[in-house]
Design a binder for this molecule. Sequence first.
Ligand code: FAD
Length: 386
Amino acid sequence: MTKPTILTVDDDPMVSAAIARDLRSRYGADYRIVRATSGAEALGVLAELVLRDQSVALIAADQRMPQMTGVELLESARTHAPGAKNLLLTAYADTDVAIKAINDIGLDYYLLKPWDPPEERLYPVVDDLLGDWRWANPDHTSDVRVVGHRWSDRSHEVKTFLARNHVPYRWYDIEADAEGGRLLGLAEATAADLPLVLVPDGETLRSPTTLKLAAALGLRTRAEQPLYDVCIVGGGPAGLAAAVYSASEGLSTVIVEREAPGGQAGQSAAIENYLGFPKGLSGSDLTQRAMAQVARFGAELVLAHDVVGFEARGPVRAVLFEDSGEIEARALIVARGWPTGGWRWPGSTSSTAEASTTARTPARPASVRATTSTSSVPPTRPARPP
Ligand SMILES: Cc1cc2nc3c(=O)[nH]c(=O)nc-3n(C[C@H](O)[C@H](O)[C@H](O)COP(=O)(O)OP(=O)(O)OC[C@H]3O[C@@H](n4cnc5c(N)ncnc54)[C@H](O)[C@@H]3O)c2cc1C
């Protein structure tokens, strides 16, 4: 794949050389850094790139340029490279113009000049913008392929799991796509094997369980430790936030999530009311940022396990998985959002609803204060039946 382009636009040759040098030293291995010295030249470069089918990841433009300002250029560039991220380099006096551009043209970020040291002022911003761009523009050469029936529930579940975990995939309906039939024949698969999931460089998965699929994709499905300070059930916004606070206090923390991080919010196209994001952000952006923060503080995310209950074991609690695994923790936080059904207790014939709004937390060390989100912690099950 050709490297995506980062285009810098500045009429001052010294500044233009400096920004190109700083960007090249950090991103040169993965991106092509192209310079333009005016808005008109930049639009010409963009037109050329579009005709050659080359993608533009970022346009970094200076605001104060003759003939065409940075904001005017970025607005015009929308027609050439609609998916590119926009960064405006401004002087302090132009801050109001930059803020207005966030609303008017959807400016992604503005950066006050000078940006030295780039490690502190430039790279974190560009990392973030390029991370978002990569997320929205995956490389299709490594796509997973899914072959199945359009109306099959399991095919739908597999596709949803892949999409929610941001795994790019190509879908082949065996009734509509000749390629689907061809892949089915090559795998010598029968109807019972559907959906077939072909992971690049991996084995052919035949009607895989979610756990097996997650493991084949290299997603983490096992906890690294047998015992944690804090175990959080549910990886929606509440669970991810709890993990950040817990891990940032130095507590060993694990999140158990049955589907994908981000919860309901992860499916939102635009969240406008999240504090700190004046322009709003998509649910997948929010999830990506939260996951980066979770990872930075060293909290673990264990996927594809449905928690079905707890078990008291002296000072710790075991979190029990549907598929017989478990994790022990000193404190539990239940953040499973809007429950779609009662909590099922293993060994019980009835389904137990989480009706209580009183947070009854299990035993915990004095230093750990467990909190709950929308769900209360259900009573711990005294002992696991034989
Ligand atoms: C399409 C859409 C758009 C939205 N837009 C907005 C908006 O713009 N602004 C706004 O304020 N709110 C919005 N919301 C609401 C917002 O997403 C929710 O309020 C928020 O996600 C709740 O967060 P949560 O972490 O408490 O629960 P959830 O997001 O529901 O997360 C709970 C997580 O727990 C997991 N889980 C549940 N049970 C188990 C179990 N037994 N074992 C393991 N894991 C389990 C689930 O898979 C899920 O990932 C939107 C919701 C949707 C669906």
